[in-house]
Design a protein around this ligand. Structure first.
Ligand SMILES: [Fe+2]
Length: 478
């Protein structure tokens, strides 16, 4: 039951890397199998022909790598159309941040204009004043249902066969690979996202649903089972193809580990560093980041970077005191599933030492070069923000924008979290964390679909949330 695409999907732009004054980009295309390569991209001085990246049963994925100057607005032509790109990263600029582009159940069957209403708003916002980059903070797809329809994975994650044959696993791999394909093909053929993706280069970091719910926080017997490992490997291959326009052995220079043992990356633009550690590839029940992630973060902390750092933490770095809730859930067997959900968070008791280690690292980054740092996250399907006082007038801001397509949880949940947040949290003594309302709001959590706009103007960086019902918030200086 694989979907057959009937027309070319793309171009979908990705920022491979930034070196000095040049943007290295990839344009991704998907065509029905057997079709000729997509037309060449026309640039100011040359033409770039897409080359084959990989094949699926019914489709081929193509990629064209090219560069644009990063100190001016640019454009390219493709198939008779001209696409402008707001590629001037030197002064004023706007970035869009989105997360949670889907839902766990039935996302493929949702009515498009309802599902993509916030993408349409983002597109209109780009028309008003263009975005230089789109940052996708996790759950770019919801893969929860990919395991359905195959004997080996139908019972995932509760039941998985201990010793399937090589042939059965190869068949599962093929099944999963095509199910992942279906989901990526669906999001990239949605007209609202497609319009934007042809004009605004994307940078992505995955979270659990790009693999499966709670990946890395599951029991070892699930994660390291043959089915679990096949699922991860298919998810990872799809993520490389569709979120980074690449395959193993060909990772762009922004990745910290070109072998891809983790998919953390960093970008340096004038006065702006974007850091996106991978909180999934190396995760276990005891650790959110592994040796690769820590090596990357420590190297970044030791390096001087001028201006602002945006830290993309796919799960929120700052949050309310969840340990109270966790204790309650451990005590009630029926609440086990929710306990696993909490274990996925930095604030879980299981990760407290590691959380402190990262917060100290972030504090040191801010202290040693007077660098402002903003952490941006998705994951909770609510809009909120938090502040950690770093002393000497410096603060770590965290912005949460979550659910561009995922519908918000009940308002009661937002109120409950708001009440919990009034307790405060103090993982590093002397540096209290406070959950704060969005500009112009009184509640700490807003249960509406949303995305975030980050703007750099003459006075530095600021942020605004576009909330589905209440509209664009006032701007928050960072
Ligand atoms: Fe999500």
């Amino acid at each position: 039951m694989h979907s057959h695409i009937t027309a070319t999907i793309g171009p979908i732009l990705f920022l491979d890397d930034l070196d000095g004054s040049r943007m290295h980009l990839s344009a991704l295309f998907i065509t029905p199998a057997g079709d000729a390569p997509p037309p060449s991209l026309g640039l100011e001085r040359d033409k770039v022909t897409p080359t084959r990246l990989t094949d699926f049963d019914h489709a081929t994925v193509w990629r064209a790598r090219f560069t644009l100057l990063a100190d001016r607005t640019s454009s390219y032509t493709w198939n008779g159309d001209t696409y402008s790109v707001a590629s001037d990263l030197t002064g004023s600029m706007r970035l869009a941040y989105i997360s949670c582009n889907g839902e766990e159940v039935g996302d493929m069957d949702r009515e498009g204009s309802e599902r993509n209403a916030m993408w349409a708003r983002l597109r209109d916002e780009h028309r008003r004043s263009p975005f230089a980059l789109m940052l996708h903070g996790g759950d770019q797809i919801y893969a929860d249902e990919v395991t359905q329809g195959h004997d080996l994975s139908d019972g995932w994650p509760d039941k998985s066969p201990p010793a399937p044959t090589e042939a059965a696993l190869a068949d599962l791999r093929r099944h999963l690979r095509h199910r992942f394909f279906d989901r990526y093909a669906a999001i990239y053929s949605a007209p609202e996202l497609a319009w934007l993706a042809a004009r605004v280069p994307s940078l992505m970091q995955w979270d659990d649903h790009d693999i499966c719910d709670g990946w890395g926080s599951l029991r070892r017997s699930q994660t390291f089972s043959p089915v679990g490992q096949t699922l991860f490997s298919a998810a990872r291959e799809s993520c490389l193809i569709f979120q980074h326009a690449t395959i193993d052995g060909d990772l762009p220079a922004r990745f910290a580990d070109l072998e891809g043992r983790h998919l953390g990356w960093g970008i340096d633009a004038p006065g702006l560093r974007i850091l996106a550690p991978d909180l999934r590839s190396e995760r276990t029940r005891r650790a959110i980041m592994g040796p690769g992630g820590w090596t990357m973060m420590e190297a970044e902390a030791a390096r001087r970077a001028s201006g602002h750092t945006l830290l993309m933490s796919s799960v929120p770095l700052l949050g309310p005191r969840l340990s109270v809730l966790e204790t309650l859930m451990v005590a009630v067997p029926r609440m086990q599933k929710y306990e696993d959900d909490l274990r996925d968070q930095w604030q879980s008791r299981a990760h407290r030492d590691e959380w402190r280690r990262l917060l100290r690292l972030v504090r040191d980054m801010v202290e040693h070069d007077g660098n402002d740092l903003t952490s941006i996250s998705g994951e909770i399907h609510l809009a909120t923000r938090a502040v950690m006082d770093l002393g000497q007038g410096r603060r770590l801001n965290q912005l949460v924008a979550s659910g561009v397509a995922h519908r918000a949880p009940p308002k009661g949940w937002a109120r409950f979290l708001g009440a919990l947040a009034s307790l405060g949290e103090d993982p590093l003594s002397g540096h209290p964390i406070r959950i704060r309302p969005l500009p112009g709001k009184s509640a700490r959590y807003i249960a509406e679909r949303n995305y975030l706009v980050l703007e750099r103007g003459a006075d530095g960086w600021s942020a605004r949330w576009d909330l589905e019902e209440s509209g664009m918030t006032g701007s928050l200086p960072l």
